[in-house]
Design a protein around this ligand. Structure first.
Ligand SMILES: [Zn+2]
Length: 342
C-alpha cells in the first residue's frame, strides 16, 4: 500500500506521535492507573511536562488534556497532530488481561476529540487478538482513520503470529499504516519485551502494510538491547518500512540520533515528539549533537511540541520528515473527507 487512495497534493506538516490520555471523568471510557509511589511520581512528572496541573490526577483529565493538546497545536508551527489511542492487553486466545497496564484510551473517544478539534487526526489502537478486531478495524477505516498504533510489548501482541494474517491483510488493502513501538521501554509495564523487537514486524511488512517503527528500535534503559542495526537491515529488504524519531530528544533515547541523521534509515524518518514524554536539549547536548547555545535557545520555547520541532530541525532532520507521514498515508485528506462537517 505504498500509494494512498488520494495522494495529497500538498502533504501537511505533522507531529506523528502525540499521546492522548484521559481518566474517564467525561464518560469517555478512558482509564489511567498509577499504582504505587513510583508510578504516582511518574504521573506527576509527565503531567507537569505536559503543562497540566497535578490536580488533574484527581479528576477532569479527559477535558483538560483535550483542550491542552488543541491549544498546543494553535501555538505550534505545524499543520496537525496525529493523536494515538491505546487499546488494552489481550492473550493470544482473545481473552482480556484484566487491569494490566497504565492507561486505556478507546478509539471512540479519540474519534470524538479529532472531530471536535480540526487539525487533530486519529491513530486508532486495536489489539489483533480481540474477538471483534476485524469489525473494529472496519469501523476505523470507515471513519477515515489511516494509522493504527500498537505497543506490542505492553499490550501483549506478538505481531508475527500467523493467526493475525487476515488482520494485516485488511490493513494493507484498506491503506491503514501500522505505527508500532520498537526498542526499549522505560515508562510502562510490559508483558514481553521481545515483542518490541523489529523482527516481529516482518509478517505485516510481507503483507504490504506500511510499518513505522516508533523510536527506530533504539534503547531506552541503559541495559536495553539495541535493535536499530536490525531495523537498518530490514529497511534494505522492505521499502514499506519507516521509523519515527519520537522521544529521541529525551535524556534516555538520544543515543539513537546519529543512526537516523546519517545512516541508511535517513530517508525513512517521520517526525514525532511522543508528547507528553518530556523533550529537551539536555540529552542531545550530552551526546555532543547539540551546542550549549542551541540547547539554551530551545529551552526558551514553552510549547513542548514546538520545542521538539525546533530541536529536531537544529539537529539536522530534513524538512521531509514532517510531511512524510501524510505523503505516505494520505491520512489528513482521508479524515477530512469523511468528517468535513466537524
Ligand atoms: Zn509513544
Amino acid at each position: 500500500m505504498d500509494t494512498p487512495e488520494n495522494p495529497p497534493l500538498q502533504p501537511l506538516r505533522l507531529d506523528g506521535h502525540v499521546h492522548l490520555v484521559g481518566d474517564g471523568s467525561s464518560g469517555s471510557g478512558c482509564w489511567l492507573k498509577l499504582d504505587g509511589l513510583v508510578r504516582q511520581l511518574q504521573g506527576r512528572l509527565l503531567l507537569s511536562a505536559a503543562g497540566l496541573p497535578s490536580a488533574c490526577l484527581r479528576g477532569g483529565l479527559d477535558l483538560a488534556f483535550e483542550s491542552r493538546v488543541a491549544k498546543l497545536l494553535e501555538t505550534s508551527n505545524l499543520d496537525g497532530f496525529l493523536l494515538l489511542a491505546q487499546d488494552e492487553a489481550y492473550r493470544s486466545d482473545g481473552t482480556k488481561i484484566e487491569g494490566f497496564g497504565s492507561f486505556y484510551l478507546p478509539n471512540s473517544h479519540l474519534f470524538g476529540v479529532c472531530r471536535r478539534n480540526p487539525g487533530l487526526y486519529p491513530a486508532c489502537s486495536i489489539h489483533p487478538a480481540r474477538p471483534d478486531a476485524l469489525e473494529e478495524l472496519e469501523t476505523a477505516l470507515q471513519a477515515g482513520c489511516r494509522v493504527l498504533k500498537l505497543l506490542p510489548n505492553c499490550l501483549n501482541v506478538d505481531c508475527s503470529e500467523r493467526r493475525f494474517l487476515p488482520f494485516w491483510k485488511r490493513m494493507a488493502t484498506g491503506g491503514m499504516a501500522l505505527l508500532s513501538h520498537t526498542g526499549g521501554e522505560f515508562t510502562l509495564p510490559q508483558t514481553n519485551p521481545d515483542f518490541a523487537n523489529p523482527r516481529k514486524l516482518t509478517l505485516p511488512l510481507e503483507q504490504g502494510v506500511t510499518v513505522i517503527a516508533a523510536h527506530a528500535a533504539g534503547r531506552s534503559g541503559l541495559w536495553d538491547p539495541d535493535w536499530t542495526n536490525q531495523l537498518e537491515a530490514m529497511a534494505a529488504v522492505f521499502p514499506n518500512l519507516y521509523c519515527d524519531n519520537s522521544a529521541l530528544c529525551s535524556p534516555n533515547r538520544w543515543r539513537t540520533l546519529p543512526a537516523l541523521l546519517s545512516g541508511p534509515l535517513r530517508d525513512r524518518v517521520i517526525h514525532g515528539s511522543d508528547y507528553p514524554v518530556p523533550s529537551g536539549g539536555f540529552g542531545p547536548w550530552l551526546g555532543g549533537h547539540l551546542s550549549w547555545s542551541d540547547w539554551r535557545a530551545s529551552a526558551q520555547l514553552e510549547n513542548p511540541i514546538r520545542r521538539d520541532v525546533h530541536l529536531k530541525t537544529t539537529l539536522g532532520f530534513a524538512p521531509e520528515t514532517f510531511t512524510r507521514l501524510d505523503a505516505l498515508t494520505g491520512l489528513t485528506s482521508a479524515w477530512s473527507a469523511r468528517n468535513r462537517a466537524a
